[in-house]
Design a protein around this ligand. Structure first.
Ligand SMILES: Cc1ncc(COP(=O)(O)O)c(C=O)c1O
Length: 456
């Protein structure tokens, strides 16, 4: 470990003794001491006390400008006044019914106006949305196999938890990646039904259609892969997938759990001008409350209408989440909001780039909509295997150095990215840039030493 990273870790531990204590206590009752594996990291995660606008405070009282925003769930920012107002009103008049209500239709209307879908069903998490989307596609097409991209993340169900973060030695040939279960407990039959292609490799996907003729129900893809930093699609790639799926009688599922609310007013469908068959939404559509949705053409949704595919859920369209969702769509995710976050993001990326140029720190900036990332690599990645080459030690140094100076630059882990919220201010972006300027020279020195050691 580089000496400066070691020092940053010592500072982190000095500033956050209560988080350490809380984590040690939690380890006894929660595996890894956390409620989701993604929240665990060494030496221990920050335990949070409260959040407001673009900031959070940990249980030691340290304040951070928050660009983690619950793994990109809060383009609304913390406790957005419009969301809080809507939720407070709902809280007093019943929080759960398990019966239909009018907000279901209202929110479905909002979604159908923004995204190219005719009908919608709701759930509480992104995992649910992609799980039902895959089942729906299988039923609509009458085939079992799907194609997903190596390194793509679509949640935790068996069909999706394949080749999420395989080790390079498990990946197999580049032109025909090996499906690798993402942990124990995933039946081999599920792994066999999830075929793997590399992102941005259209011929690779086509080869799978030829190898498994008449067996592939759908391609599920994140239009911009956002669980490997940010991986943009090559020009024409998404249209290529659209044409390919049509040609082979399969459906195209856009997993817009991350991009749906944060990339543009109408998500990636609008941004790239593509009309997939099924769209999955979650995270930022709920304004901080558990809400997801999947929408599709009327024809595909008829699978549910005609009682062929079963979809249910006690918490579906929970009135609190629906009130939050409606307020989010109508009062937070406005056209103006995208202008605001895009402007702040452009400024933040430019600030980073200026510092990279000034210090000689080698890294590349990638951004899209409300999201951005610094990747320690000479150029942007095109697929998962390229992401495996990012310098993770230097990334840890960057992340802890920023945290120690009050900027949660992005979620912990180098496969994530920052989110700008509608509540972030120009001054908070300036502060983020200034802190990066402060930590970059040490990063540049550490990197130079690393390069020199590697050359020896
Ligand atoms: C692209 C994508 N799809 C699906 C999911 C799963 O969503 P959830 O964690 O709400 O189940 C995530 C979560 O990070 C995601 O990034």
């Amino acid at each position: 470990m580089h000496g400066v990273l070691k020092k940053e870790l010592e500072t982190y531990e000095k500033r956050t003794p209560r988080s350490r204590e809380a984590h040690t206590r939690a380890l006894n009752r929660l595996p890894l001491g956390v409620a989701s594996n993604y929240r665990a990291y060494d030496p221990y995660p920050l335990f949070v006390k409260e959040g407001q606008g673009g900031r959070i405070r940990d249980i030691d009282g340290n304040e951070y400008i928050d660009f983690n925003l619950c793994f990109g769930t809060l383009m609304a920012g913390h406790s957005h006044p419009a969301v809080v107002r809507a939720v407070e009103q709902r809280l007093k008049i019943g929080t759960a019914f398990g019966m239909p209500h009018d907000m279901e239709w209202e929110l479905a209307e909002e979604i159908c106006q923004r995204y190219p879908v005719d009908m919608v069903r709701f759930g509480s998490s992104g995992t649910e949305a992609t799980m039902h989307a895959v089942r729906l596609a299988r039923a609509a097409v009458g085939r079992d196999r799907i194609i997903k991209m190596e390194g793509g993340y679509h949640g935790l169900h068996d069909a999706a938890l394949v080749s999420v973060k395989p080790k390079l030695e498990q990946c197999g040939p580049a032109d025909e990646p090996t499906p690798v279960p993402g942990g124990a407990g995933i039946p081999a039959a599920h792994v066999a039904n999830t075929l793997i292609a590399q992102f941005n490799d259209l011929p690779g996907a086509e080869r799978l259609f030829h190898k498994f003729p008449g067996q592939i129900a759908a391609v599920i893809v994140e239009p911009i892969m956002m669980n490997v930093g940010i991986c943009l699609p090559d020009p024409g790639y998404l249209q290529g997938l659209r044409d390919l799926t049509k040609k082979h009688g399969a459906l195209l599922i856009f997993d817009e759990v991350k991009t749906g609310a944060k990339l543009a007013y109408g998500g990636a469908c609008e941004y790239f001008g593509i009309r997939p068959d099924i769209v999955c939404l979650a995270k930022s559509i709920g304004g901080g409350f558990p809400l997801s949705a999947f929408g599709a053409t009327r024809e595909v949704m008829d699978q549910i209408s005609q009682h062929k595919v079963f979809h249910g859920g006690t918490y579906n369209t929970n009135p609190i989440s629906m009130a939050a969702g409606l307020a989010t769509f109508r009062e937070v995710l406005t056209r103006d909001a995208y202008t605001h976050v895009n402007r702040l993001n452009t400024k933040l990326v430019a600030g980073y780039q200026k510092t990279l140029d000034k210090t000689g720190l080698k890294g590349c900036m990638v951004s899209a909509g409300a999201n951005g990332v610094l990747m320690f690599r000479d150029k942007p990645i095109r697929n998962y295997r390229e992401w495996l080459q990012v310098d993770t030690e230097l990334w840890r140094h960057y992340w802890f150095a920023m945290v120690n100076r009050g900027v949660l630059a992005q979620p912990h882990w180098w496969d994530e990215q920052w989110t700008i919220s509608v509540q972030h201010t120009e001054a908070e972006i300036d502060r983020h840039i200034a802190v990066f300027e402060e930590v970059a020279p040490a990063l540049a020195r550490a990197q130079k030493e690393q390069f020199a050691a590697a050359a020896r």
